[in-house]
Design a protein around this ligand. Structure first.
Ligand code: BGC
Length: 377
């Protein structure tokens, strides 16, 4: 329902921009590409962190679907994991006359400079999925409930553990990504009591062991743990770290193991390493993003779960916020996130745990993916 609303929103957005430019507004009614005379350029620019992770290709695809449906064009640029390139992308969009920037930062703090440049040029800034930190130049934040992502991953591990002394291996995202902290905070809220009561024993982080009696960690304490378990959102880093963790572990640290993996890409890399260790007899491994490759892994029993984040909802939220800002209004906010400088008004959308039992119902029967993309359903 919300997704379908995109067509008329874009028609409205286009008329606002064209009216502002003193041009004729499109006469086409809401209804999408079939009734639009030609593609119209919108005064919105989108910057995404990298093409190298399927997650951000999902976002690009869903933005394009929404835009094509409405018959409009918006430039989408990728920063390829490079903050300098990200800033150059933003500057080029400013030069092209955008009025709203939708940006998912590669590095949340480094992106402050790009946001400042946009603000100085009169461009409104929407932080998309990841929060830009340490600047006042962020107007709005559209995000998923990232705390729930971590909490649901952890809950899945708890639900599958019995008895005491279960080996737990922790992995996290990049410390330059504010979300990595929120995911970890959510996971810790569920895991910490189960570490404290002996259900789990952390095998690969002395900092987590040292802090295991603390329910609420400061950002610095989280950073100390994340520093030991970061994958940097990189498959090779995840693989190498998992390999060195298993090399350091004894056979008694293996058997049936529980693995908090922060997202699907790193989960597949880590799962492959654990699957290859003869002393690991069974493992439960988490993920997030419902990437197609991980959906296949779940069907095949090689990854235990993922957290589905419906990117169409985030895209729609970003579009709604863009329209409000172009109209000079405040987007609807339901809370705020502190970015180290200000409370950024935010909207967040829910997430869904997916495992082998509900993968078909949630992701295929719903039409999010095609059954033909997978085997063994
Ligand atoms: C996103 C995840 C993604 C990760 C790595 C996070 O900020 O929320 O969906 O898997 O970055 O790109």
């Amino acid at each position: 329902m919300r997704y379908k609303g995109v067509a008329w929103l874009f028609a409205l957005l286009a008329s606002l921009i064209l009216a502002a430019c003193g041009q004729q507004t499109p006469s086409a009614p809401a209804g999408g590409a079939t009734t639009q005379p030609a593609e119209q350029q919108l005064a919105v620019g989108i910057v995404l962190p990298t093409r190298d992770e399927p997650r951000w290709i999902q976002d690009e695809t869903r933005f394009k679907e929404a835009l094509n449906q409405a018959g409009y064009q918006v430039e989408i640029l990728f920063s390829q994991g490079d903050s300098a390139r990200e800033k150059a992308n933003v500057e080029s969009l400013i030069t092209k006359g955008i009025k709203v920037l939708v940006i998912c930062p590669h590095d949340g703090t480094a992106a402050a400079a790009a946001a400042d440049a946009a603000r100085a040029a009169g461009v409104r800034v929407i932080s998309y999925d990841r929060l830009i930190r340490e600047t006042e130049a962020v107007d709005y934040y559209v995000t998923f409930d990232s705390f729930a992502v971590g909490a649901q991953q952890a809950q899945f591990l708890v639900d599958n553990a019995t008895g005491a002394g279960n080996p737990l291996y922790l992995y996290a995202g990049a410390a330059s990504d504010n979300n990595a902290f929120i995911f970890f905070e959510g996971a810790w809220s569920v895991l910490q009591p189960k570490i404290a009561d002996g259900t789990f024993v952390v095998k690969n982080s002395s900092e987590a062991v040292a802090l295991s009696s603390k329910a609420n960690l400061t950002r610095d304490e989280q950073a100390r743990i994340i520093g030991q378990i970061t994958t940097n959102w990189d498959f090779n880093t995840a693989k190498t770290l998992a390999e060195s963790n298993l090399t350091a572990a004894t056979a008694a640290d293996k058997g049936t193991v529980f693995i908090l993996a922060p997202n699907d890409g790193t989960a597949r890399a880590i799962a492959d390493v654990f699957a290859a260790d003869p002393d690991v007899t069974q493992f439960f491994v988490t993920g997030q993003d419902a990437e197609k490759a991980s959906v296949q892994y779940i069907i095949d029993g090689r990854q235990s779960m993922t957290v589905f984040k419906d990117v169409r909802v985030l895209v729609n939220d970003a579009i709604n916020a863009s329209i409000a800002l172009l109209k000079g209004e405040s987007p609807e906010s339901r809370g705020a996130y502190n970015n180290g400088k200000i409370d950024v008004p935010a909207i967040q959308s829910p997430v869904v745990t997916v495992d082998r039992a509900n993968v078909k119902a949630v992701l295929i029967d719903s039409g999010y993916y095609q059954a033909s993309d997978f085997t063994g359903l």
